[in-house]
Design a binder for this molecule. Structure first.
Ligand code: KMH
Ligand code: ZN
Length: 283
């Protein structure tokens, strides 16, 4: 199948760890709110959800029970691919970033390098990355590398080559985080260069260049794109999104406008080599 015939996996990142209700009042906090958003996003075209959890007051959390509750509520209502963050929030120690794995999601993110993150340091040393990979392996959870700069992509590929990261390589390339690579066409070239042929790559972009960079990546053969309040709370300049589902619907329209097709959830599972877990809702 040529790149333009390949369906595009749309991921929603509904809550993240940095955005607040002061930024967008529709931000989901509780597992029930997150699950309701994810179900609506699946109906709008999302095939994967990238999950962080929050305390009821909105504080980013690492409580395993919240991850378990969110994943269970989602699985009961939609077969969407579940992915937990192990990036957490910048202040979380690595032990706290592993708790989402207790929810037995389909996939987990793994950071393969460190960086500044705005005014903070977001640290993942190689031993941390190996811990995430080992724990995910033990639990039969697939991995997606979260790469915020070229060195993170290179490190992920080296881990793959050394057998430290299981194949297939799923790489989410993130642009525009202050401290990471910028959101420019040249940056996209630089992030793609180290990837081996056949890697599944998706793109996340934050800030005002988001839409342009997603469009560019779709025309360069991106296997996936990510949207949601974690990355942007605006639909257009000056227009707040009313919900995560509105952002997903808008992203799906962009995919189609550019002559590509949005992947159904079962297609996404094939593309991501991510089988259905026993007990999960069917399509
Ligand atoms: N909240 C950021 C510090 C991820 O989920 O993998 C990390 C993050 C990346 O959101
Ligand atoms: Zn995240």
């Amino acid at each position: 199948m040529s790149w333009d015939e390949k369906p595009v996996v749309v991921t929603v990142a509904p809550t993240g760890a940095e955005v607040t209700r002061a930024d967008n009042p529709a931000l989901p906090h509780t597992p029930a709110e997150i699950a309701a958003d994810v179900v609506a996003c699946a109906e709008a075209g999302a095939a994967v959800c990238h999950l962080h959890v929050r305390e009821p007051d909105g504080t980013p959390s690492s409580r395993a029970e919240l991850f378990v509750e969110a994943v269970e509520l989602i699985r009961a209502r939609t077969p969407i691919v579940t992915m937990v963050s192990t990036g957490g929030a910048v202040w979380m120690p690595i032990d706290d970033r592993l708790t989402g794995l207790d929810a037995a999601p389909d996939l987990a993110g793994v950071e393969t390098g460190s960086m500044n993150f705005g005014e903070d340091a977001f640290v993942t040393v190689p031993a941390d990355a190996r811990r995430v990979v080992e724990r995910a392996r033990e639990l039969g959870i697939g991995l997606e590398t979260e790469c915020f700069d070229v060195g993170h992509v290179v490190a992920a590929v080296r881990m793959l080559e050394r057998g430290e990261l299981p194949a297939p390589l799923r790489a989410n390339l993130v642009f525009g985080v202050p401290g990471g690579i910028d959101a420019s066409p040249e940056a996209l070239d630089a992030m793609l260069r180290p990837l081996p042929p056949g890697a599944h790559w998706s793109i996340t972009a934050v800030g005002r260049h988001q839409r342009r960079l997603l469009a560019l990546a779709l025309l360069r053969g991106a296997g996936g794109i990510r949207v949601g309040f974690e990355d942007a709370v605006y639909l257009r300049r000056g227009v707040l999104a009313s919900s995560n589902a509105e952002l997903v619907a808008d992203a799906c329209e962009l995919v189609q406008t550019l002559g590509r097709r949005v992947a159904q959830i079962d297609e996404a599972r094939d593309l991501l080599a991510c089988p259905v877990r026993a007990g999960a809702a069917s399509a």
